[in-house]
Ligand binder design. Sequence first.
Ligand code: R2B
Ligand code: URA
Length: 307
Amino acid sequence: QPNGGNEDDAQRNNQGTVHLRNPNIKQLDHDILYHLALGTESHDLVEMFGDVKFVCMGGAPTRMEHFAQYIHSQLGDKLPPGTKLQDMKEHSHRYSMYKVGPVLSISHGIGVPSLQILLHEIIKLMHYAKVKDPVFFRIGTSGGIGIEPGTVVISEGAVDEMINPYHEQAICGKKVQRPAKLDLELAKELQSLHRADDGFELVRGKTMCASDFYEGQGRIDGAFCSHTEADKMDYLKRLHAAGVRNIEMEATCFSALTHMADIRAGIVCVAFLNRFEGDQVCTPKSVLTQWELRPQQIVARYIEKHL
Ligand code: R2B
Ligand code: URA
């Protein structure tokens, strides 16, 4: 049982703005969002970000730049008149950030530590900007388990490498576990936006979040390997039996921190390979780039529907 105590309680206040579950924040004269190069004293965060409704994150800077362009071209007419694509890279020395009216598109890098820092600062940004009921998405890539390469997986929840349904964080020498929950209704709605003629499969399932791409995902092709192909297959079968359909490297943290902030969140990832078939990503880069558009398409449809 996760030991996050009463951290599981709903925290959205009655105006729908994002509440920070940290009493210390009230004592700060001003707050510096260091990795975003933004601050409550140096910037008018309400003016800059108060209109945000959708926060979309993905690992790679180029993918998130492309997503911002895609949203701008695809939803142009539906966005407020005169909406421009703003490149906010100067406001961020670590992450690439783009804003298209109500849509923020940000890269989070690889793995939980990089994503977790960004989530702390983006959740605080939503609070300071007085954003109402934002929806967060992770648009990503993954390795599939028992699904065709190119399939899109909508996460129903996340588990760690030990198949525990929580995000574990060491705080002051103690391990703290926080439930890695996602909004199931949102997951179902995202699934409903898949069309029969999309030309790809889409499934719902659990997502396993690993802290490594190689041994941590059971691969036998890393620089080191102390397990066998049979150990790997046993592990992948165990994951599959637990309802896991894909493996990536951020899902537990993304689910747990958005859940703690009472922010509705969804994870939509394309699977680059079927791990029952192998470890190497053999599909040509040009095809992978096409596949990466699939989660973007689904999330763009959701945004269009809710603008
Ligand atoms: C999926 O792909 C990346 C590793 O290649 C990682 O960020 C993830 O979650
Ligand atoms: N990303 C991962 O973390 N694992 C894969 O197998 C593919 C993409």
